[in-house]
Ligand binder design. Structure first.
Ligand code: CIR
Length: 253
């Protein structure tokens, strides 16, 4: 169960965020409304939400998920793969130190975006992507060991992050799409397989048996609801324009 979340307000500079989506420039006012609804949804799942101030110097800073990996026994501040995002971690570290006794840090030459990391109980899967390298994964696995967790890597070639194509819904169940569907490392999970056309919705978020699903993916919502979860649909179109999904907008612990 999670009890807390950390989010960061989008800044006006978000219109300069990194993107490959080709969906146009985000509308800042609409992004704020969508962010408000996101916070409300986290609260309705029972979380106490800490809302950090916008950081105008960092256009992607509302995608807090990438800047730290948070677990019950420790937090690990990452070294994001995109250079323009590295400065986001200072304030995240401070914030996490108010909640955690143990906060570890990934150092150069390691690069890690925590959007590449999925936790399944005590086992942590780390996607090796353009944002997360072997050196970063090695440091991460070392820290995980220190706190009694296990880490392993999976190479990916599609999507921005590992979790762009997969979400863990607890109860040994995943939502999965694309190249990850056939991965032997994931074969033991019960899988809800998402068509390529709905791939964006493979990034859904389990919170205390609610699941946040991006609005507009009726099949995904239906399948997840059929599996016994309470689905909350959220429109995050303005963040999708920056390659961001639902999970990227918060740290949950
Ligand atoms: C970036 O390229 O870093 C941001 N525009 C999007 C980050 C999305 N984060 C995530 O999927 N965990």
């Amino acid at each position: 169960m999670f009890s807390r979340a950390i989010v960061r307000r989008p800044g006006r500079s978000m219109i300069k965020g990194i993107t490959t989506a080709g969906l146009g420039q985000p509308d800042y006012e609409l992004a704020l409304q969508q962010h408000d609804a996101y916070i409300e949804a986290l609260e309705s799942c029972g979380l106490v939400v800490t809302v950090m101030q916008a950081e105008e110097d960092y256009p992607d800073a509302m995608f807090v998920e990438d800047t730290a990996f948070v677990m019950p026994r420790c937090a690990i501040v990452t070294r994001p793969g995109a250079e323009s995002r590295r400065g986001e971690t200072g304030s995240i570290r401070k914030q996490l130190e108010s909640f955690y006794q143990d906060v570890e840090i990934i150092e150069s030459p390691g690069m890690v975006d925590a959007g590449d990391i999925m936790m399944v109980g005590e086992q942590v899967y780390i996607g090796l992507s353009e944002r997360t390298n072997q050196a970063g994964a090695d440091q991460m696995i070392e820290y995980l060991r220190k706190y009694g967790y296990r880490g392993s890597t999976i190479a990916i070639s599609e999507g921005l992050h590992f979790k762009s194509s997969i979400s863990y819904l607890e109860h040994n169940r995943i939502v999965v799409t694309g190249e990850l569907c056939g991965k032997p490392e994931l074969a033991h999970f019960e899988a809800i397989v998402i068509d390529a056309a709905d791939a964006y919705s493979a990034n859904s978020v389990w919170i205390n048996d609610y699941v946040l699903v991006p609005a507009g993916y009726a099949n995904t919502s239906w399948e997840i609801a059929e599996s016994g979860y309470e689905v909350i649909e959220l429109n995050v179109s303005e963040f999708q324009k920056l390659d961001g999904g639902l999970s990227c907008l918060s740290l949950r612990f």
